[in-house]
Design a protein around this ligand. Structure first.
Ligand SMILES: [Zn+2]
Length: 315
């Protein structure tokens, strides 16, 4: 492991001053900035095939570029594909979509995949809306899933700027067309730009912005590798969390699980604004979101002490 001079002096400083109880790795202000941008009315709910979801894709691409990630799509950072809409009431069935993929190449043999989808329901007219009174209004999708994209971008920023060369590579993927049936992650796992047998495990974030203290954060997929027992051992957070075994579920980790890759899915649970026009940025718990991203960093770092993670089916 490489220890930077910066890390050495920071350590020395903490010995002098006493280590703070919680050292935040992610920035609450930056998380907030991403969500307020992606879930603004100007983004019109990031409907697959729209000019606005393309604008969101370009925002993510610009961030990856800014963090010095290597393009790992099929056309730069982009992996374009066609999303086929199979559900009513949509009359056009084919739409342009893209995954945005950035790679932190540490020259390692194995890679950890970190993902979140960036599309949402637009005005609720492509199906999926639960909002019978507000069909036609913008479904901003702050929790679903501007929150996950904010987490993705903060993890990309952290790992590209921490001056540590990790013993694993990290592949950051913003998935398109999740709301239409996990289409972006399906496309990636059928057309991977990093061989699937080199993937250590996959972390997915979908709806991590509405932390409920009574329930805690759900971390789903703990049973998909026996190695997670060791990885979670001793991991603490200032928020409450619990693990559950199953690797299957309603988001993009499922596509990886089906390819025998261990997965963890971070999720703060359902709420009355889920798939409604009222899923707005001012309802996000930014402090808890920051704690969730910091907890993810701890888990990712610990998973780097495990050379190989055997896959295990759960049900
Ligand atoms: Zn959704």
């Amino acid at each position: 492991m490489y220890f930077s001079r910066y890390a050495f002096w920071m350590m020395a400083l903490f010995v002098l001053l006493g280590t703070p109880a919680v050292l935040a790795q992610s920035s609450k202000a930056i998380l907030k900035q991403h969500i307020y941008y992606l879930a603004s009315d100007e983004m019109k709910g990031r409907e697959t095939g729209s000019a606005q979801v393309e604008q969101a894709a370009q925002y993510i691409e610009a961030a990856f570029k800014n963090y010095g990630l290597q393009p790992k799509g099929t056309d730069g950072y982009r992996q374009d594909f066609t999303a086929k809409i199979t559900r009513v009431p949509v009359t056009d069935s084919l739409r342009a979509a893209a995954n945005i993929i950035g790679f932190l190449d540490n020259g390692a043999a194995r890679t950890i995949v970190i993902g979140a989808h960036y599309d949402h329901l637009g005005h609720g007219t492509i199906g999926g809306s639960r909002d019978t009174l507000h069909i036609g209004e913008i479904h901003n999708g702050a929790d679903d899933n501007a929150s996950g994209v904010a987490g993705l971008l903060e993890l990309a920023r952290h790992y590209s700027q921490n001056e540590v060369k990790e013993s694993f590579n990290l592949l950051f993927i913003a998935f398109g067309a999740e709301e239409l049936g996990l289409l972006g992650s399906k496309h990636f796992t059928q057309n991977p730009t990093v061989p699937l047998n080199q993937i250590h495990w996959m972390l997915n974030m979908d709806m991590i912005g509405r932390y409920q203290p009574e329930n805690g954060l759900a971390i789903i997929g703990h049973g998909t590798s026996p190695a997670f027992v060791e990885i979670f051992d001793g991991v603490t957070s200032d928020i409450k969390f619990y693990t559950s075994k199953d690797g299957n579920g309603g988001s993009d980790q499922t596509s990886f699980y089906k390819k025998d890759i261990p997965v963890l899915f971070f999720h703060t649970g359902g709420h009355p604004d889920y798939h409604m026009a009222s899923d707005d940025a001012d309802k996000i718990d930014y402090k808890a979101l920051q704690s969730i991203v910091d907890l993810e960093i701890k888990i990712i770092d610990k998973s780097m002490h495990v050379a190989k993670m055997p896959f295990q089916w759960t049900n």
